[in-house]
Design a protein around this ligand. Structure first.
Ligand code: ATP
Ligand code: HSE
Length: 293
């Protein structure tokens, strides 16, 4: 049996829609694989009742098909589905690394990214790589169809997950089809600022670069209390706040000493809108890790 842990991830970071992503030190999914004649799946852990065990509908089934690696796959969910924390991607990334090892497929970690992305196509209709790239490689990733660039960093973040469900499919359904040149110019500037901040390990620059005028304004309507959670987090030391992935989680970047205060005000602010939530005080961290073979 091969066991792999893959982390939650936060995609987009405001200005990097469908391109930027970061691995989070926690939470994570753990996937166990054993060779079998055909693929079967067992899911336990957080939100398992909402996750199909049919290999045609689970992200790990698509990964097993793509690697021609039938297996009995057990998924221990630590990342809640439909969270904006790359839940579907965490399982897909862990399965890709585990099945590659189990069947000696000898793919590099970079080569496993498009394989894991086939799982994302099963759940949201598009094989976007912005969650699976950091889930496999770790750090901050810039993922396009042509290439993936990775930057190691350990910037502190708080991710606040409300008891609200937003599926990626639903959140992609509200995206604007057109935008203005002014907004494109603004977004390019912010994305460049964010990338420089990641390279320098500077939470102030990263925070400045998280602002986005194209995607976040339309998606924030799907998250009750979004504006006040964002504003209070900024008032209490966050350097940047935006929707994590397709939401409903909200990610705040901050200096380590402000994490606790930021986490508390985000939870309180959701509560003011009648929404329960939990906050992870974590950091940008490593990617999928082999636990046992
Ligand atoms: N292994 C899996 N883990 C989690 N969800 C899965 C898995 N396989 C299929 N799904 C389905 O995928 C959907 C959740 O994926 P979705 O992309 O909407 O959320 P997410 O991964 O938390 O978000 P985001 O990509 O915005 O970070 C649910 O409908 C769930 O049933
Ligand atoms: N970039 C994707 C991430 C969610 O899977 C989106 O925002 O729709």
């Amino acid at each position: 049996m091969v066991t792999v842990r893959a982390p939650a991830t936060s995609a987009n970071l405001g200005s990097g829609f469908d391109v930027f992503g970061v691995a989070l030190n926690r939470p994570a999914d753990v996937v166990h694989v054993e060779k079998a004649d055909e693929t079967t799946i067992d899911v336990r852990g957080v939100g398992n009742q909402y996750i199909p065990e049919d290999p045609e509908k689970n992200t790990v089934g698509a990964v097993a098909r793509a690697l021609d690696a039938p297996a009995h796959i057990e998924i221990d969910k630590g990342v809640r589905p439909a969270s904006g924390l790359g839940s579907s991607a965490a399982s897909a990334a862990a399965a890709a690394v585990a099945l590659n090892e189990l069947y000696d497929r000898e793919r590099s970690n970079e080569g496993l990214v498009p394989i894991a992305a086939k799982g994302e196509a099963v759940v949201s209709g598009t094989a976007h790589t912005d969650n699976v790239a950091p889930a496999i490689l770790g750090g901050f990733t810039i993922a396009t169809d042509q290439e993936i660039t990775q930057i190691e960093t350990d910037i502190s973040v708080v991710v606040c997950l409300p008891e609200v469900v937003v599926s990626t499919r639903e959140a992609r359904g509200v995206l604007p089809e057109r935008t203005t040149i002014d907004k494109v110019v603004d977004t390019v500037g912010k994305a460049a600022t964010l990338t420089a901040g990641m390279g320098r390990g500077d939470p102030e620059l990263v925070g400045q670069g998280m602002h986005d005028t194209i995607i976040t304004p339309v998606r924030s309507d799907l998250i009750p209390g979004y504006e006040s959670v964002r504003e209070t987090a900024l008032e209490h030391g966050a350097t940047g706040v935006t929707i994590s992935g397709a939401g409903p989680a909200i990610i705040a970047v901050c200096h380590e000493q402000n994490q606790r205060a930021v986490a508390n005000v985000m939870i309180d602010s959701f509560a003011d809108h009648g929404v329960e939530s939990r906050a992870y005080q974590t950091e940008i961290g490593g990617g999928a890790q082999l636990c046992s073979h």
